[in-house]
Design a protein around this ligand. Structure first.
Ligand SMILES: Cc1cc2nc3c(=O)[nH]c(=O)nc-3n(C[C@H](O)[C@H](O)[C@H](O)COP(=O)(O)OP(=O)(O)OC[C@H]3O[C@@H](n4cnc5c(N)ncnc54)[C@H](O)[C@@H]3O)c2cc1C
Length: 495
């Protein structure tokens, strides 16, 4: 049944990029509808409640932190384009993070000079090369939509001859935004270099909830329509254009434009195109733009809620630690039967932000998370966890428990020691997600958080009125996805 008052623009997904695109479009008077299959907004970075306690799905850090007043930065652009007051986000800067790579231990913060001094201390012979690489990356135009992908490994190797230092630099940048095994696209590497090393980490006191609520408020105030708990099941195309968007309740919409944040391969699988004989087929793999392969890098994350203040009670004062316990970095898919690769990973303690000096609501007395939190992320095997989840639910639950313990043990070896008895006594609750969890809640094939390695930087697809936003357009993370939604809406609908 065709809707009488069909929106002009449909956005698939109420994640960061879908909401940002929606706000821009609604703000400029477009009749826009976001269709989100989940009942909660946020996508890969959403939230949930367990035993009355608020959990963030993902948020370790909002990257690209800059102090108030800084202009021309990605954060400033997002705030300006979405008309958000910085005060409303109440961003608290990180206390300080670290890279632990075997015997090399380097601190870094939102002040780039700390990292530079640490490199000079740990890698004195390579500091000049590091400075030259930094100078090159600072002037690199990573946001150009026609920037060639290129290998970041090859580029870095042209400057840095010490393979350990190269791995040290790739460790945090890969974990926070590479869809490519053992490499990164050069523009993405340059983005992450500036986002993490030059600008840095921050977090609202109440985590991702604040960001999502703010985006929803702006979207609704601008007149945007939102359909939650409603999936797009088909994009019916004819003669190279999507004519109808079919929803899971049988409704059909006929928008002029469609923006999809569901992922490129995931979106391609929704398309049914009528061929010359009048029969429907999925043709997104035909023509010049071949069908994209799903990403293969998948992760798991353990969450431990503590009846303790990590800093005061355990002397755990680092915000994020990127660790690698092997001689070289292995950032690649894991073949089963291995379920988790804990040779490297990320440890995050969301309590360790400077909530006391944050602006906005934090100044009004919100001093960050009520409990202590420890989050540990590592590469995980989609196929291995999928097989368990499908065939052996009891085994799946048992493996989750076992890996939760193993990852916490690995993480605690990178933190000041706390006796097992004291740590275990402080545990209030635990949770863990695996690649099938990500796939189930967001539709990302293989649970690949960073999507396909084949990005579409200009957002175009084989169909004239269908555009990709967010992860598979090539801008990753919360800041990247927000920027992507803004720039795709500006480029394809508002120009
Ligand atoms: C555990 C974890 C930790 C993370 N930590 C950080 C962090 O600390 N900092 C950071 O910057 N980034 C982090 N990220 C990455 C960040 O969350 C993502 O890069 C970003 O949110 C991606 O946004 P997006 O709009 O591209 O896509 P998504 O968030 O995937 O949004 C797509 C939306 O589309 C919906 N959808 C899919 N198919 C359909 C359909 N057929 N019909 C209707 N709706 C559909 C999905 O349900 C989803 O809501 C993390 C991610 C995870 C999973």
């Amino acid at each position: 049944m065709m809707e009488a008052n069909s929106p002009e623009i449909v956005i698939i997904g109420a994640g960061m990029s879908g909401l940002a695109a929606g706000i821009r479009l609604a703000m400029f008077g477009q009749r826009v509808c976001i269709v989100e299959k989940h009942t909660v907004a946020g996508g890969l970075n959403s939230f949930y409640t367990r035993k009355k306690r608020p959990f963030d799905v993902g948020l370790h850090a909002l990257t690209n932190y800059v102090p108030a007043g800084a202009r021309g930065t990605p954060l400033a652009k997002i705030l300006r384009q979405l008309r958000i007051d910085r005060e409303e986000l109440a961003l608290a800067p990180q206390l300080g993070s670290a890279i632990h790579f075997r015997e090399n231990r380097l601190a870094f913060s939102n002040d780039f000079s700390l990292l530079e001094n640490e490199i000079a201390r740990e890698f004195p012979r390579d500091i000049d090369a590091f400075k030259k690489l930094d100078a090159f990356l600072r002037t690199f135009n990573e946001t150009a939509l026609d920037a060639a992908a290129g290998s970041a490994r090859e580029c870095v190797a042209a400057f840095i001859k010490n393979p350990r230092l190269a791995d040290v630099l790739f460790l945090p940048l890969s974990y926070y935004g590479s869809a490519r095994p053992n490499d990164m696209d050069l523009p993405q590497f340059a983005i992450m270099w500036k986002s993490i090393f030059h600008e840095g980490f921050s977090r609202p006191p109440d985590g991702v909830r604040r960001i999502i609520k703010l985006l929803l408020k702006k979207y609704r105030a601008a007149g945007g329509e939102l359909r939650m708990g409603r999936a797009v099941t088909q994009l019916r195309a004819r003669a190279g254009t999507v004519r109808e968007v079919v929803l899971d309740n049988g409704e059909t919409l006929a928008p002029r434009l469609i923006f999809s944040s569901a992922g490129l391969p995931e979106t391609e699988r929704l398309v049914r195109e009528e061929n010359a004989a009048g029969n429907e087929e999925n043709v997104t793999g035909s023509g010049e733009k071949k069908r994209a392969a799903p990403g293969e890098l998948a992760f798991c994350e353990t969450i431990t809620v503590l009846d303790a203040d990590p800093r005061r009670d355990f002397r755990w004062d680092t915000t994020i630690i990127f660790f690698c316990d092997s001689d070289t970095l292995h950032y690649a898919p894991i073949p089963p039967p291995t379920l988790v690769d804990q040779r490297s990973g990320v440890i995050c303690i969301p309590n360790n932000y400077d909530y006391a000096t944050a602006g906005g609501a934090a100044a009004a007395g919100d001093d960050g998370p009520a409990d202590g939190w420890l989050r540990v992320t590592a590469l995980a095997s989609y196929a291995g966890w999928r097989a368990l989840a499908g065939n052996d639910p009891a085994g799946y639950a048992a493996q989750k428990r076992a890996w939760h313990t193993a990852l916490n043990t690995t993480a605690r070896a990178h933190l000041p020691p706390v006796a097992d008895a004291a740590f275990n006594a402080a545990v209030l609750d635990t949770d863990m997600f695996t690649p099938p969890t990500v796939e189930r809640f967001t539709g990302r094939l293989n649970g690949a958080i960073y999507g396909t390695p084949e990005k579409r930087r200009d957002g175009t697809t084989a169909l004239a009125n269908l555009f990709i936003t967010g992860t598979d357009q090539g801008f990753l993370g919360i800041t990247g996805a927000l920027l992507s939604g803004i720039s795709m809406a500006n480029l394809h609908a508002l120009r």
